[in-house]
Design a protein around this ligand. Structure first.
Ligand SMILES: NC(=O)c1ccc[n+]([C@@H]2O[C@H](COP(=O)([O-])OP(=O)(O)OC[C@H]3O[C@@H](n4cnc5c(N)ncnc54)[C@H](OP(=O)(O)O)[C@@H]3O)[C@@H](O)[C@H]2O)c1
Length: 270
């Protein structure tokens, strides 16, 4: 554990950067400067907001710089960071698709860099972040990245960067799939005659409760947990016949995840 608070520069404070900032503010683990061109509501102690890199004090030396802008913006903004930070901070990127090689090309071969893929449940400390490093990263840098990202919820490491497109497709984009399911369940509840508030509550509690049950049942596969709800000739079986006919839902989800992973790969070149 560091004896002094980390000095952290967050570049981009939109949906994901904002979620990270909220956790870092709540846990007060760093002195944070934020660069984002928009007006932001971040007046917490230890947080300062700047609309661009130029408005940071020339004496400012961050321990860590986190890039949380859209992937296509990175090629345009990185040259200015390369010129500005000869101090060689630890860089962490959460941008989908952008490889460690990409950052080396734009910031220098000798940079210290971690590629991370968090997700928006980080905002409530229930996210999961997979971190990718090369084997040259020091234990100190690994520790600093862990301190920062473990506030998102859970973390895991890989040195196999080829996994990051799949990680992005499952956990990075995944909350959107779950919200789509919640929305579809709510609408189906309304179609079945329920009021919208009741349908929403039932959808939410059912998804959250099922996730909780599965988490607390490590010895049981998801398939077994599903079978536990399914009596022969019952209501669940009637619904599952529709969802599972010709593996309909599984095929659709595999297709969707494949499209997300492919898009992540494409983003590396944009
Ligand atoms: N959203 C997710 O669930 C999620 C999950 C995992 C990873 N990510 C990754 O996180 C990154 C950000 O995604 P997001 O969804 O948070 O996007 P976003 O909401 O658009 O946030 C990006 C922010 O960066 C700002 N920005 C633009 N140019 C900038 C510059 N030169 N310097 C500093 N800030 C600048 C944007 O301002 P303007 O809007 O005014 O341009 C915006 O506020 C992406 O690379 C994405 O792949 C996102």
């Amino acid at each position: 554990m560091n004896t002094h608070p980390l000095t952290l520069l967050l570049v981009g404070c939109g949906k994901m950067g904002g979620a990270l900032l909220q956790r870092w503010q709540d846990t007060r683990i760093a002195n944070i400067s934020v660069i984002d061109p928009n007006d932001l509501d971040c007046h917490a102690p230890g947080v300062s907001h700047h609309k661009n890199l130029e408005s940071l004090s020339q004496n400012y030396i961050p321990d860590i710089v986190v890039f949380a802008v859209k992937p296509p913006q990175l090629p345009h903004i990185l040259p200015a960071y390369r010129r500005r930070f000869e101090s060689n901070p630890l860089y962490i990127s959460i941008a989908a698709g952008k490889t460690i090689e990409f950052f080396r090309k734009h910031l220098g071969d000798d940079i210290r860099i971690v590629r991370a893929m968090p997700n928006t449940p980080a905002m409530v400390g229930e996210g999961i972040t997979i971190l990718c490093k090369t084997n040259s990263l020091s234990d100190k840098d690994k520790n600093s990245a862990e301190i920062l990202m473990q506030v998102t919820g859970g973390i895991g490491w890989t040195e196999d960067e080829s996994l990051m497109d799949g990680v992005t497709a499952i956990s990075g984009s995944g909350p959107a799939y779950v919200f789509l399911l919640l929305d579809a369940l709510t609408k189906a509840g309304v179609d079945a005659g329920l009021g919208v508030e009741l349908a929403r509550t039932l959808a939410l509690k059912t998804v959250a409760g099922s996730c909780d049950l599965a988490t607390r049942s490590p010895g049981q596969s998801f398939e077994q947990l599903r079978k536990n709800v399914t009596s022969p000739g019952g209501t669940t079986e009637a619904a599952l016949k529709v969802l599972m006919e010709d593996d309909a839902l599984e095929t659709l989800i595999k297709k969707a995840v494949c499209a997300a992973a492919k898009r992540s790969g494409e983003l590396s070149n944009e």
